[in-house]
Design a protein around this ligand. Structure first.
Ligand SMILES: Nc1ncnc2c1ncn2[C@@H]1O[C@H](COP(=O)(O)OP(=O)(O)OP(=O)(O)O)[C@@H](O)[C@H]1O
Ligand SMILES: [Mg+2]
Length: 223
């Protein structure tokens, strides 16, 4: 059984009286341990699909199973719970909390999840930051870091809860080519360590990093 199984996913945004069909029947399977790139032009529905796969939003129609759980029928807090347990997100704009230190940012998902002492949260954050070569920055604020360092902190935050899947939306879009290459190297290592990754991009060179490329055009997966 695939780790992630999406069937005939549609998403229609309602803007006043206008319906905007963002996804028009997407099928996607991702196996445990796979590294998949979703490649497509701007507006093709990549982020919309990622939000649904990552349980940030629900599909208008279709079915979605993540790690054996039927997610398609979940809403609200039940959906948020699956997201917190199973999904790690990395965004183009890093989305770090400016007033928190690197270590506090990375520990945050564990705080939302609950059930960890402060010491445990710090310990786990420290281990992931060490693994990503960011131990020397634990006490810094995001604004004191380079773009590439910020993205590595965001990757650490995505990994700290040991998610079933890492969802990555255009991770190099805000980075120069050197920092971008380093971040892609980090994903290679994370994948080699056994993590499942789905990465969205409109850059074919970035997509080439993955084991498999899924092309999206106009709300559909191209055959
Ligand atoms: N919240 C929203 N409300 C209404 N329409 C939306 C919303 N989000 C996205 N859309 C529309 O859905 C379509 C797909 O958008 P989406 O953001 O998924 O594209 P994308 O492939 O991620 O593009 P990009 O590469 O520019 O990030 C677009 O037509 C977009 O305008
Ligand atoms: Mg997008």
């Amino acid at each position: 059984m695939a780790l992630l199984e999406a069937r005939d996913i549609t998403k229609i945004y309602r803007l006043g009286r206008v319906d905007v069909p963002a996804l028009r029947g997407v099928d996607l399977d991702v196996q445990q341990g796979e590294y998949v790139a979703i490649l497509g032009p701007s507006g093709s529905g990549k982020s919309t699909l990622m939000h649904i796969l990552g349980c940030l939003d629900s599909a208008t129609d279709g079915s979605y199973r993540l790690g054996g759980t039927d997610v398609g029928t979940l809403r609200g807090r039940a959906l948020a719970r699956v997201r917190n347990r199973k999904v790690g997100f990395v965004f183009q704009t890093f989305n770090l909390m400016p007033r928190l230190t690197v270590e506090e940012n990375v520990a945050l998902p564990l705080q939302y999840r609950g059930g960890y002492t402060r010491r445990e949260r710090r310990g786990r954050a420290g281990v992931v930051l060490e693994r990503l070569g960011m131990s020397h920055r634990v006490g810094h604020r995001p604004e004191e870091l380079s773009g590439g360092e910020r993205q590595r902190v965001a990757i650490a935050r995505a990994l700290v809860g040991e998610p079933a899947i890492l969802l990555v939306d255009d991770p190099t879009g805000n980075l120069d080519s050197k920092a971008g290459a380093e971040v892609l190297e980090t994903f290679r290592e994370v994948h080699a360590a056994g993590n499942t990754i789905v990465l969205v991009t409109h850059d074919p060179n970035v997509a080439d990093e993955a084991d498999r490329i899924v092309h999206m055009i106009d709300g559909r997966v191209a055959a």
